[in-house]
Design a protein. Structure first.
Length: 167
């Protein structure tokens, strides 16, 4: 028997919560994270970085850099519930200036897909890929995200149907 646990990201008016199954590894604590300590969790990936095979700099500094940019973050290591939770606090949407409220889509590709489908609801995935300049796989992935977010719906069959952008 195997147990599959999945993390989640939850968006609220005043915060974003990222919930990950499990707790902090080894002797790492929230206090140590805040002090800039980190643990290597994937030694194979680190070996590729060390050899220069991956274009990455700042190994183990991601949380520190994120906190420098946005310090309103809480880390919760729930050992009893076997969860690690990150709460990123933000201004409630109703308190934001109208021009600063983000559009419904987060990615450039997603926004381009929606814009294109507003213009022509019959576009195919290959046509969208050519139009936007990305791979068909990228279009498929972004369409799944848009559908999961309730921003896009397929009406009718794969052949002969059309896309509906949901306002």
């Amino acid at each position: 028997m195997s147990l599959s646990l999945r993390g989640s990201t939850n968006l609220f008016d005043n915060r974003i919560e990222i919930v990950s199954p499990g707790h902090l590894p080894n002797n790492l604590t929230v206090e140590k994270i805040l002090a800039g300590n980190s643990n290597i969790r994937n030694p194979i990936l680190v070996s590729y970085v060390a050899k220069g095979l991956l274009p990455y700099h700042g190994l183990g500094s991601g949380i520190k850099r994120a906190l420098d940019a946005w310090p309103q973050v809480d880390f919760i290591d729930d050992r009893d519930g076997c969860l690690f939770i990150v709460k990123v606090h933000r201004k409630p949407v109703e308190k934001m200036a109208p021009d600063s409220i983000p559009k419904k889509t987060s990615g450039k590709t997603s926004g381009k897909i929606l814009d294109a489908l507003v213009q022509d609801k019959n576009l195919t995935i290959p046509e969208l890929a050519r139009l936007i300049g990305v791979t068909e796989r990228s279009i498929e992935r972004n369409i799944r995200k848009l559908q999961d977010q309730g921003l896009l719906r397929r009406v009718g069959p794969a052949k002969g149907g059309h896309w509906e952008v949901i306002e």
